[in-house]
Design a protein around this ligand. Structure first.
Ligand code: 5GP
Length: 125
């Protein structure tokens, strides 16, 4: 079910538990701003999620409330991960689902990194 982006941050969401180390993840990268790990149900040969360390429900919440340094650090972490995974050549796709229409299911901002094959269709039903 997609989340209601108007709801306050839920400290018990699955990614909050991963950040606190209460649930395991297959970690790819971590720094002071971000944690990256493999998606549990990969939809491409490479499917990695990057999440900010701060408690932000969504892209909207993050870009409205996060400090400039957090935003810059998070964006740089996404770039670092794609380079670490050697996806920059021949390329990859980034995706952020936001709220109900975006069909966001986990109420902690996450960037999807998809790679390992070529993508054709912009949006599949
Ligand atoms: P959304 O639809 O919110 O943009 O994407 C949520 C993503 O989180 C989905 O791709 C889903 O497979 C992934 N996911 C959900 N629960 C877990 C989990 O416990 N561990 C990991 N690694 N990924 C998860």
């Amino acid at each position: 079910m997609p989340i209601d982006p108007r709801e306050p941050y839920d400290n018990d969401n699955i990614f909050a538990k991963i950040l606190r180390g209460e649930l395991p993840c297959n970690k790819v990268y971590e720094d002071e701003h971000a944690l990256a790990f493999h998606d549990i149900r990969p939809q491409a040969p490479v499917h990695v999620l990057v999440i900010p360390k701060g408690a932000y429900v969504s892209w909207d919440d993050f870009t409205a409330k996060a400090e400039d340094g957090e935003i810059a650090g998070f964006m740089r972490a996404v770039g670092h991960v794609t380079r670490e995974l050697e996806l920059d050549e021949p390329g990859y796709r980034l995706m952020i689902n936001m709220g109900t229409n975006g069909h966001q299911e986990v109420p902690h901002l996450h960037v999807h990194i998809f790679g390992g094959r070529q993508f054709f269709q912009m949006i599949a039903d």
